[in-house]
Design a binder for this molecule. Structure first.
Ligand SMILES: Cc1cc2nc3c(=O)[nH]c(=O)nc-3n(C[C@H](O)[C@H](O)[C@H](O)COP(=O)(O)OP(=O)(O)OC[C@H]3O[C@@H](n4cnc5c(N)ncnc54)[C@H](O)[C@@H]3O)c2cc1C
Length: 409
């Protein structure tokens, strides 16, 4: 039997493509390596699935650094509004939260996976689980089928590679698509872990392991110049820093790693102006005037960070608070609003939310997602060199690309 379309990979891109094509009367086989489809979706948004963002399509494009323009056509063909409507039709109502992030009302990523399964089933998609594809078979630069690791051959007039990138390989995305594409002549942009925790040079961060800082701002400073600032939550870990704003900044860090000096400057008190912070310090110093300096910051800072801050300052820790000078107060304010750490690398793919890099967008037709090198071969989702910041953009991109393939074969 020859299928109209074989979809390799049962993630958001693959499932959307399979169901969309089958709804148009195409004979579709979806092949998934895991024992279930949508394994990664289950852990998205901490199990709640931030499936898209309630913003203008142009803003979604802007949230894909470097290659956002490649998605112009697919995002306009299947927008965030259409995606929400699509899930509504399947019985999954969605809601908008902080930062315009869209989640299912049920807060359950499983509902998204179940809806996609129903979508495929109702459209008549055949699903083959526990089958890893090793090779795309071509004849005269045209796709004719795929071969599994066990040597089984499946014939098709069109093949979509939607196997994801390399991030979180425990969910199935272990970079299989890169070898397939390369062997067919496709160029690869080096895959790097993105939206990933960062490694820190300074030794003192280790004393802060487990400390979660809320309502701080962190600036990305490259060769002394501030490039970007994020407000929110961050976390100190045994290797460096993590948490929402660090993951977001990590995408920009990738562009500078190994070539520039990368620092993160943490403002521990972004809500206070210089004057307000100074007044606050003076009040605390009045209250603790008979204490030693090291015991005077207890009302201002989390206790875990106080010894680190005291050590980084030139003020002797046993100095009496009433002896602290104006200049020393200035030094304290400067450190609290600009605590710098040096970034020396990222953690690996196992801890990365997405992969930056992948199949070169220059060799894919953005209106159809068809390869410009091999006829009837398509790519969609994270396997391509498209990656976004956090906020639901990555899933929206995968769904939109999948839709375009399903609508074009
Ligand atoms: C912890 C975590 C949280 C995230 N949260 C969000 C979020 O809230 N919002 C958001 O927008 N994005 C989020 N993402 C990113 C998002 O999940 C991915 O960008 C998206 O799933 C990519 O979709 P995809 O279809 O391209 O690939 P995947 O979802 O990776 O699916 C690829 C599928 O292909 C299968 N496969 C791989 N190789 C083969 C093979 N050789 N043969 C057959 N099958 C194969 C895999 O098993 C897998 O099922 C998160 C990612 C992680 C890791």
């Amino acid at each position: 039997m020859t299928y109209d379309l074989i979809v390799v990979g049962g993630g958001p891109a693959g499932m959307m493509a399979a169901g969309t094509a089958a709804n148009r009367g195409k004979k579709v086989l979806l092949i998934e390596k895991n024992a279930q489809v949508g394994k990664k979706i289950l852990i998205t948004g901490k199990g709640r699935c931030n499936l898209t963002n309630d913003c203008q399509v142009e803003d979604i494009i802007d949230n894909f650094p470097n290659t956002g323009k490649f998605l112009y056509s697919s995002l306009y063909s299947f927008s965030n509004w259409q995606l929400r409507d699509f899930f509504k039709q399947l019985g999954v109502e969605t809601k908008v939260e902080r930062g315009n992030r869209v989640f299912p009302v049920s807060d359950s990523a499983r509902d998204i996976v179940e809806a996609l399964k129903n979508f495929m089933e109702n459209a008549g998609v055949e699903i083959k689980l526990n089958t890893a594809i090793k090779e795309i078979i071509t004849e005269d630069k045209k796709v004719v089928g795929v071969r599994s690791r066990d040597g089984e051959v499946y014939s098709a007039n069109n093949v979509l590679v939607a196997v994801g990138g390399k991030a979180y390989p425990t969910t199935g995305s272990s970079g299989d698509g890169y070898g397939m594409a390369k062997s067919l002549g496709h160029n690869l942009i080096q895959a790097k872990p993105s939206l990933v925790p960062l490694k820190v040079k300074e030794e003192w961060f280790k004393e802060l392991q487990g400390l979660n800082l809320k309502n701080v701002t962190v600036s990305l400073v490259i060769d002394g110049k501030k490039k970007k600032e994020e407000f929110g939550e961050m976390l100190f870990t045994h290797f460096g820093v993590s948490g929402p704003i660090i993951l977001t900044l990590s995408r920009d860090v990738l562009d500078y790693l190994g070539k520039h000096q990368i620092k993160l400057a943490i403002n521990l008190k972004p809500a206070l102006s210089y004057e307000q912070l100074d007044n606050r310090l003076q009040r605390d110093f009045e209250k603790y005037s008979r204490k030693q300096f090291k015991n005077s910051l207890i009302d201002l800072l989390p206790s875990k960070i106080i010894p680190v801050i005291v050590n980084l300052l030139s003020i002797p820790e046993d100095k009496f608070v009433h002896q602290i000078t104006t200049e020393e107060r200035e030094e304290i304010i400067s450190l609290l609003t600009n605590l710098e750490i040096t970034i020396i690398g990222t953690m690996g793919f196992r801890q990365a939310i997405v992969t930056s890099g992948g199949i070169d967008t220059d060799e894919i037709n953005p209106s159809t997602m068809e390869s410009k090198i091999i006829d009837s071969l398509y790519f969609a989702g994270e396997v391509i060199d498209v990656d976004a910041y956090t906020g639901g953009y990555n899933l929206q991109g995968a769904f939109s690309m999948g839709y375009v393939v399903g609508n074009n074969i």
